[in-house]
Ligand binder design. Structure first.
Ligand code: ADP
Ligand code: MG
Length: 372
């Protein structure tokens, strides 16, 4: 389908072409420091919202800077569709890449009107054209009424939408957003995030959105790429990463877990919460069993594992329990629906929900430290 035609038929400023952004074997280290990215290969498909997720310092911003052309990688190549835009023999400057960038603090110029802020990136156009395109971009984010106002009259969420309009105005093929919601308070975040997603869908740009928050990645991303210590750990849909995490790190990033160390015997691993199937692990292998905090059913009369309530904290829909379990050297944590246990109850029973148990080969101390 001709996206350009279709968009103009709707009277909106469509991005001409959504492009595929691909990274091939990207490695990078800054002059001053250790390796920041190791052999990252990743692809954002045309029109897709790809969330780049990882803890602070995992290399997310560096990867965006490399895509935008603000930083040149040490090795590897970046492609926009079939065109190499950065590699050993090529370096396209940022303004030639058709890649838009929204920074973490989405700084608007306080002394420029909202319209002029949006016009800022449209230097290639004549004054009149730039004015027209900037208005179209402002309409897209629903703020055309504020064209001649100054940024300080807008709320944080509205300012973020202006930053989005500024990035979309030149109709980039790919839009990169670096933790775009981190400056917003939590009540505002939900609505701004939903609006941003709707605008991205409408503009049909390919988007790479950076976040350190797994829930945000699940809310926004068609797919999620999880980085750790400069390495890509897993790429997939939210369901894939949640239900089939590649390792303990991924599991722990997507839900809070209790961990138990054990060994594989006759195809299963013994823990204080019972025996669990070892999946494909070999006989005798060291294993770590992860049990999600949500993976417990509690009962005052019967169950498979006895537990003593050490502490309870009311959290509204659920309550947070710390439990002493025979044979466990640490308290087991659980989140259960409120109202299932009477006030003051001490001795209870647990059942463990099998789908909330994940078994992994144990990572040695060195391996887990190296990649931390
Ligand atoms: P993230 O965005 O995931 O928090 P960054 O890409 O900002 O991670 O940083 C990854 C690593 O690179 C960190 O260890 C950080 O200290 C280092 N780093 C980032 N920017 C620079 C820089 N300009 N100079 C030197 N080291 C840097
Ligand atoms: Mg960052």
């Amino acid at each position: 389908m001709d996206i350009k035609k279709q968009s103009s038929a709707r009277g909106t400023a469509g991005v001409s072409f959504a492009a595929r952004l691909s990274f091939q074997n990207i490695s990078h280290s800054y002059a001053s420091g250790a390796q920041t990215l190791r052999d990252v290969s990743l692809c954002a498909e045309p029109g897709e919202v790809l969330c780049l997720l990882g803890p602070s310092g995992s290399g997310k911003t560096t990867l965006l800077r490399i895509a935008a052309g603000i930083e040149a990688q040490r090795s590897g190549r970046v492609f926009l569709n079939e065109r190499e835009i950065a590699g050993p023999d090529v370096f396209l400057p940022p303004e030639k890449r058709s890649i838009g960038l929204v920074f973490q603090d989405f700084a608007l110029f306080p002394h420029l009107t909202i319209l002029d802020n949006v016009r800022f990136g449209l230097t290639a156009l004549s004054g009149e054209e730039a004015q027209k395109e900037a208005m179209i971009a402002l309409e897209r984010v629903g703020l055309e009424g504020y064209a001649n106002a100054y940024p300080h009259v807008l709320s944080g969420g509205e300012q973020q939408r202006v930053a989005l309009a500024r990035a979309l105005a030149p109709r980039p093929a790919v839009l990169l957003m670096d933790e775009p919601f981190s400056g917003l308070d939590s009540r505002l975040k939900d609505s701004v995030r939903a609006e941003t997603l709707a605008i991205l869908r409408q503009s049909r740009a390919t988007a790479v959105v950076v976040t350190h928050d797994a829930e945000e990645a699940m809310r926004m991303g068609d797919r999620i790429a999880l980085l750790k210590g400069g390495e890509l750990v897993q790429v997939g849909t939210a369901e894939e990463l949640y239900h089939r995490p590649a390792d303990l790190f991924v599991a722990g990033f997507f839900s809070e877990i209790n961990e138990f160390d054990g060994q594989v015997h006759a195809g299963s691993v013994e823990t204080p919460l019972g025996r669990f199937p070892a999946g494909g692990l070999e006989e005798g292998a060291d294993a770590t069993v992860a049990v999600r905090l949500s993976g417990f059913q509690v009962d005052q009369e019967r169950g498979s594992v006895p537990a003593r309530v050490v502490s309870r904290r009311f959290l509204g829909v659920v309550e947070f329990l710390e439990l002493a379990i025979p044979g466990a050297d640490r308290h087991v944590r659980a989140r259960v629906r409120c109202g299932q246990l009477q006030p003051g109850v001490r001795d209870i029973w647990l059942n463990v929900v099998p789908t909330d148990v994940l078994v992994f080969a144990r990572q040695s101390f060195e391996t887990s430290r190296e990649s931390a």
